[in-house]
Design a protein around this ligand. Structure first.
Ligand code: 5RP
Length: 262
């Protein structure tokens, strides 16, 4: 592996082998998502606890201070919306020149395995890998499920993650599910967990993050369950404790409540 690729991966994945990515890319298909109406303000207090920010080029340029030194994972697929016909009908939105110009540490692209646009989105991934590998830029594949949340089982997610790795993704982001070790074991590159819609309680989040880490995930890419919480900074700190400090779900919950109580 070339120095540039290794250096970018080392910016994202910390010396303990784990990572906490903070995604704020949701607006690219769902518009001004609740508590992400002003992304720059949402992330400011959270950035110290995150290892990288997952963001589109538009929000990066408009809302994030260029003096920021957290690595940027650029969301580079899109072209669909919540009110359109099919969320899976994505293309690659960002040129390799802009990816380099914005000093991205990595890029993220969605694949929709099993959808009408399976082939197109898998070729988006493959073509992006071809372009990015030339410059030592890692591609993170996002196994998207669109509105079909029932697809979140180990069989489907294991299939999607393996295909993403086979096409050249350096990291795969997928959902936590029961028997998560089956997803990880079938995927030859590191797997990161996304959060999905907000859970009813903080404890549910700590439980699945802890379980996924025990079963082989290297970290998280959690958005709504952090910044839609009433106490986003406490949430970020508690999750960081699981990911980087080996805290259990009990310990993370206790830390969360201590931080909230002040
Ligand atoms: C949205 C994404 C998000 O990065 C991903 O879903 C993680 O965010 P959340 O934890 O809110 O689900 O890819 O397209």
């Amino acid at each position: 592996m070339d120095w540039g690729m290794r250096n970018r991966l080392a910016q994202l994945i910390q010396p303990d082998g784990h990572c906490f990515f903070l995604p704020i890319d949701h607006g690219y298909f769902q518009g001004p998502t609740r508590r992400l109406e002003k992304p720059g303000e949402t992330v400011k207090p959270l950035l110290p606890y995150a290892d990288a920010l997952f963001v589109t080029r538009g929000v990066l340029r408009a809302c994030i201070d260029p003096a920021n030194t957290k690595p940027i994972i650029l969301r580079v697929s899109g072209g669909t919306s919540m009110v359109g016909k099919d969320l899976a009908h994505e293309g690659v939105t960002t040129s390799i020149e802009d990816i380099i110009r914005l000093n991205a540490a990595a890029v993220g692209v969605s694949i929709f395995v099993g959808s009408d646009y399976e082939h197109e989105t898998l070729m988006n991934l493959a073509n992006l890998v071809n372009a990015c590998e030339n410059y030592g830029i890692p591609v993170m594949a996002v196994t998207a499920v669109g509105r079909e949340l029932e697809k979140r089982d180990a069989r489907y997610l294991g299939l999607a993650c393996r295909i993403a790795a086979e096409l050249g993704a350096r990291v795969v982001k997928t959902y936590w599910c029961e028997d998560f070790e089956k997803v990880v074991e079938g995927c030859p590159v590191p797997v990161v967990m996304a959060g999905g819609p907000r859970c009813d309680t903080e404890r549910e989040v700590f439980d699945f993050v802890y379980d996924g880490m025990q079963r082989g995930a290297i970290g998280i890419n959690l958005g709504r369950n952090v910044w839609q919480n009433d106490h986003p900074v406490a949430m970020a700190q508690a999750l960081r404790a699981i990911v980087h400090e080996g805290a259990t779900a009990d310990e993370a919950e206790a830390l969360f409540h201590r931080l909230v109580a002040g």
